[in-house]
Design a protein around this ligand. Structure first.
Ligand SMILES: *Cc1c(COP(=O)(O)O)cnc(C)c1O
Length: 358
């Protein structure tokens, strides 16, 4: 195993950023938390069924084995990892709950972007200030910083961004992190498809960057619901306090470990080459006005009539995401890169479509 050292140059004072009730929280202590080793063969401490059936025992609340595996996979220390059993959506909600005082604090996000940020903000009664992307879906660094005030705890940056597909330059995200006193959350759900580099190595030495990753997309495990937050161990300690004690089942922990051993089956390379083929094919379809560059496993495509093309596709058995009502996305459909056969079917339909006749 690689030993990873964690090094924050100046110790950040997180107490300024964490909600007061979370700072004061006495976290729930599970039956197994208080037990520190020894030779136990009779477990009568957790009111479980004593009859072995594979799942009669509570899972490891700290997911130690899984975190060690994730640690070597992402070259990050185990103490810097939070694992969520409801995907990275769980980490998004926890981040609001840890940092933002409802009705008082606010957060800044880019728009258009992933819809869960605004839903999680609303659930937590936190004002979300949405800043439109710049020309060519660029990161509006100055406008993002200008939207913050002394009650802004979080800035959300999705990179590669959903639904626009582009990853932002690292230097620009770092410029935001270096100019902002709160936490910058970088959602890298699609990071595995990008050649732009991850923000993970930037966590050490900075302290105010949180990176979200997930096994749902490139790793092909959306059904297992496993997402991660990486941050300074002092920050991750708050996630561990606030999370549900047993937030990932033992079967899921086991199955993720098994599937990590098998890898992604080489599909990331295949999806990246299909992304190119799909983009080139779509650009030839007469109903397509623009195919935006993508660092993800989907393409944002501007068409002549998004609602009509969408209906044509769904009525022929292909569903895509109609994003045409989002800011800056008029006329846009978001199309996931499928298998070669699925992409062929989509391309054929897109080329067959004729405006309004339908
Ligand atoms: C799909 C997606 C996620 C959700 O990941 P889960 O781990 O499945 O919850 C997070 N962020 C973005 C931007 C996504 O598109």
């Amino acid at each position: 195993m690689i030993l990873l050292k964690y090094d924050i140059e100046e110790n950040m004072d997180y107490t300024r950023l964490i909600r007061k009730n979370i700072l004061a929280l006495e976290p729930y202590s599970t039956a197994r938390d208080e037990f520190k080793g020894g030779d136990i063969s009779v477990w009568l401490d957790a009111n479980e069924s004593p009859y072995q059936n594979g799942v009669n025992r509570y899972p490891d609340p700290h997911q130690k084995t899984l975190k060690l595996r994730i640690s070597s996979l992402f070259a990050m220390p185990a103490e810097s990892i939070f694992v969520g059993g409801a995907g990275s959506d769980e980490a998004i909600d926890l981040t609001f709950r840890i940092f933002c005082q409802p009705g008082v604090d606010n957060a800044v996000a880019i728009t258009p972007s992933y819809g869960v940020y605004s839903v999680a903000a609303a659930i937590n009664d936190v004002e979300l200030r949405e800043v439109e992307l710049g020309a060519g879906f660029s990161l509006p660094v100055e406008r993002i910083l200008a939207a913050t005030d002394d009650r802004t705890k979080l800035i959300w940056i999705c990179s590669p961004n959903n639904p626009t597909g582009n990853a932002f330059p690292k230097e620009e995200i770092l410029r935001i992190a270096d100019s902002f006193g709160g936490m910058v959350v970088v959602d890298e759900a699609y990071g595995d498809f990008s050649d732009r580099g991850s923000m993970l190595p930037e966590i050490s030495g900075r302290g105010n960057i949180i990176v979200l990753r997930t096994f749902s997309k490139a790793w092909g495990m959306a059904g297992l619901r496993c997402g991660m937050a990486f941050a300074d161990p002092a920050v991750i300690a708050y996630y561990d306090r606030v999370k549900y004690p047993y937030n990932m089942s033992s079967r899921v922990q086991r199955e993720i470990l098994e599937r990590i051993e098998k890898g992604t089956g080489g599909h990331v390379g295949e999806i990246k080459s299909e992304r190119i083929r799909l983009a080139e094919g779509l650009a030839e379809a007469r109903c397509v006005l623009e195919v935006y560059p993508s660092d993800a496993n989907f393409l944002l495509v501007r068409v002549i009539d998004a609602d009509d093309v969408y209906s044509w596709l769904t009525d022929n058995g292909v569903i895509v995401r109609n994003r045409s009502r989002l800011p800056l996305c008029a006329g846009a459909l978001r199309i996931t890169v499928g298998t070669p056969e699925e992409n062929d079917a989509t391309l054929r339909l897109m080329k067959e479509y004729s405006p309004k006749k339908y």
